[in-house]
Design a protein around this ligand. Structure first.
Ligand code: PGA
Length: 276
């Protein structure tokens, strides 16, 4: 038993344009009317369960609008944001621009940003800090590559990435305590590969994260921090992952693209949240 709720976040990456987004939400609404367990509304109401969809920028307005039609709340998040509020940064999007759309959640540090678009611990920290200062809720991703795991460096990498998010303990505690910073442990070798971390591997990594927070930030921040697991989560394996005491939800790519599988993940979230 713990006081942390469950968050089921769907990261659509470079998929689902505005038309597909509209279709996703109308189908989700129809399917949820049949399949969403009755107790879910109370869990949403008391904050034990949260749903989040992270569409590409182009689909954000459509998603914000469409999510309002649902009978339960779905937060809409952006996949990334620049740390400056405005300026000569061609091709970038800032928190200020996202706030104007009505957005209050952003993902940072996804391994695809780190791998393919030059994000580093330093730029992830700048994005995360800037967004938190602007009152966004942030889901920040960390995770080791296969080579790092095989070299026995998982703990070292996670610790480095976590330290990178907040260099000083004082600046760190409150954002975990009030739930504004959510962490997502996503082993890079499990993302989009069909290889999922076993529940034991996920639990072990999540314990490392919590131990770091307890030693370097604050014990109550460590207890309160929501830590998601991501990497080939599907409706088939989600229950065993959510059964891990230190796993507080899932960040899901491929299996979040279709309303039927996202809903199946959400239903698993309802059961996990009800048991907490
Ligand atoms: P996946 O992606 O579920 O398709 O492995 C997860 C992620 O990148 O967040």
């Amino acid at each position: 038993m713990n006081s942390r709720g469950i968050l089921i976040a769907g990261n659509w990456k470079m998929n689902n344009g505005p038309a597909a987004t509209g279709k996703f939400f109308s189908e989700l609404k129809e399917r949820a009317a049949q399949a969403m367990p009755g107790e879910s509304l109370e869990l949403f109401r008391n904050g034990k369960l949260k749903a989040c969809i992270i569409p590409p920028y182009l689909s954000l307005s459509r998603a914000l609008e469409a999510a309002k039609m649902l009978s339960f709340p779905v937060e809409i998040a952006a996949q990334n944001a620049h740390w400056e509020k405005s300026g000569a940064f061609t091709g970038e999007v800032s928190g200020q621009l996202l706030a104007e759309l009505g957005l209050s959640w952003v993902l940072t540090g996804h391994s695809e940003r780190r791998q393919f678009f030059g994000d580093t611990d330093e730029t992830v920290r700048k994005r995360t800090e800037s967004l938190l200062t602007q009152n966004f809720k942030v889901i920040a991703c960390i995770g080791e590559t296969r080579a790092e795991r095989e070299a026995g460096q998982t703990e070292q990498v996670l610790t480095r990435q976590l330290r990178g998010l907040f260099p000083s303990a004082e600046s760190g505690a409150s954002v975990y305590l009030d739930g504004r910073l959510v962490l997502a442990y996503e082993p890079v070798w499990a993302i989009g590969t069909g290889l999922t971390a076993t529940p034991e591997q996920a639990e072990e990594a999540h314990r490392i994260v919590r131990r770091f927070l307890s030693e370097q930030v604050d014990t109550s921040a460590a207890e309160k921090a929501q830590v998601l697991y991501g990497g080939s989560v599907t409706p088939e394996n989600v229950n065993s992952l959510l059964a891990c005491p230190n796993v507080d939800g899932a960040l899901v790519g491929g299996a979040s693209l279709k309303p039927e599988s996202y809903l199946a993940l959400l239903v698993a979230g309802v059961h996990a949240a009800a048991g907490r």
